[in-house]
Design a binder for this molecule. Structure first.
Ligand code: SUD
Ligand code: ADP
Length: 320
């Protein structure tokens, strides 16, 4: 009898920006305790999972040449983790296709997003009865930012960032994102912060409460005054050109700019959608970054797309 092969499943998953990222001291397990307010943005990756006789992973789009396609890819680690969790530990007969829009090593949690999307896609492909909270447990084992990509929205993250509580956000906020030509390594940025702190610098950002209040008020001007990131000084120390990028965004009319997470992507909060388009146009002409994108948030976390949302076919690879 012929086995019925389920159709491929595609999941869209958002990037994140940290509106507030307070980093505490290094813990014994090599991680830093942190308090962060995440917001999920309309800048997305799409992940398709399919049953196959040729297991593996393909990557297209943003940064495709610098994303590993072997077992170290976070999306493939998600395949293995979910397979082990549900007792399919033999090599999973799965093909994963990543269509990336999120910059690689950009401080916007692209790899984490792909892992979260893979968990959601496989749960559907394998018809698993598994809750999002159970998936979040597996997600936390894959990386600090993976659980947030499952839920999306706006959330307060504590611990390594994996303990999440939703935060009320009344408004759609409009952002301009400046991608750099090269990524920054997250562990190196945390190490640089430890080094700067050992030398007596820089001051730590305060409590997250005012940011949560500004989100509830929905006023982008109020939120703009409160954006803060303890990793920014470390990212700027490793990549001094970011100072110029941050200045250029504000000169172009943004309300405020911040380094996203460990960087080097800079995120600029704008007054409204129209202002974001104008800031993006001016910033692209300023010659301070590789690419500029407009995005809004909050948006939902990883979710299966279908119908008119169905994926475009993978772009053809050009061989020289
Ligand atoms: C800084 C943040 C802010 O949201 O995001 P990114 O800028 O990477 O997107 C996160 O904390 C990154 O989360 P994620 O990228 O999932 O990091 P993980 O894989 O868990 O950890 C990578 C490495 O970063 C360091 N790390 C990460 C998280 C944390 N709370 N303390 C740390 O010191 C550790 O050296 C760890 O080995
Ligand atoms: N699916 C993936 N997408 C992007 N990068 C990945 C992925 N899997 C593993 N990586 C590795 O993880 C590193 C961090 O990538 P990414 O998650 O995009 O950045 P960040 O941690 O700054 O948010 C990359 O340099 C890459 O080598």
């Amino acid at each position: 009898m012929l086995a019925v092969v389920p159709p491929p499943v595609t999941v869209r998953v958002p990037a994140k920006v940290n509106l507030h990222l307070a980093v505490d001291d290094l813990r014994e397990d090599g991680y830093h305790e942190l308090v962060t307010v995440f917001q999920a943005l309309s800048l997305t990756d799409e992940v398709t999972v399919a049953v196959t006789e040729e297991p593996g992973l393909e990557v297209y789009g943003e940064g495709e040449g610098s994303v590993p396609t072997g077992p170290e890819n976070l999306a493939w680690r998600a395949v293995e983790a979910l397979a082990a969790h549900v007792g399919r530990a033999e090599e999973p007969k799965v093909r994963v296709v990543l269509r990336k829009g999120i910059p690689v090593a950009g401080g916007m949690a692209g790899g984490s997003a792909d892992a979260a999307a893979t968990l959601v896609g496989l749960a559907s492909l394998w018809n698993l009865e598994i809750t999002r909270d159970e998936l979040a447990g597996i997600a936390a084992g894959l990386g600090s930012d993976v659980p947030f990509a499952l839920y999306g929205g706006t959330a307060l993250g504590t611990g390594r960032g994996e303990h999440l509580v939703p935060v009320l956000s009344r408004h759609t906020f409009h952002w301009v994102l400046a991608f750099d030509s090269e990524g920054l390594s997250t562990p190196k940025v945390f190490k640089e912060l430890d080094r700067l702190r050992a030398a007596g610098n820089p001051p730590r950002i305060g409590s997250h409460t005012p940011v949560v209040e500004a989100l509830a008020s929905g006023d982008p001007r109020q939120l703009a005054l409160l954006l803060g990131n303890d990793l920014q000084a470390a990212a700027v120390s490793l990549r001094p050109e970011l100072r110029r990028t941050l200045r250029a965004g504000v000169n172009a009319g943004a309300l405020a700019g911040t380094v996203s997470g460990s960087g080097p992507t800079c995120a600029f909060l704008c007054e409204d959608a129209q202002s974001a388009v104008e800031v993006a146009a001016e910033l692209s002409g300023a010659g301070v970054c590789r690419t500029v994108r407009v995005a809004h948030g909050p948006v939902p976390g990883a979710r299966v797309v279908g119908g008119d949302d169905a994926p475009r076919p993978a772009p053809p690879r050009v061989h020289a």
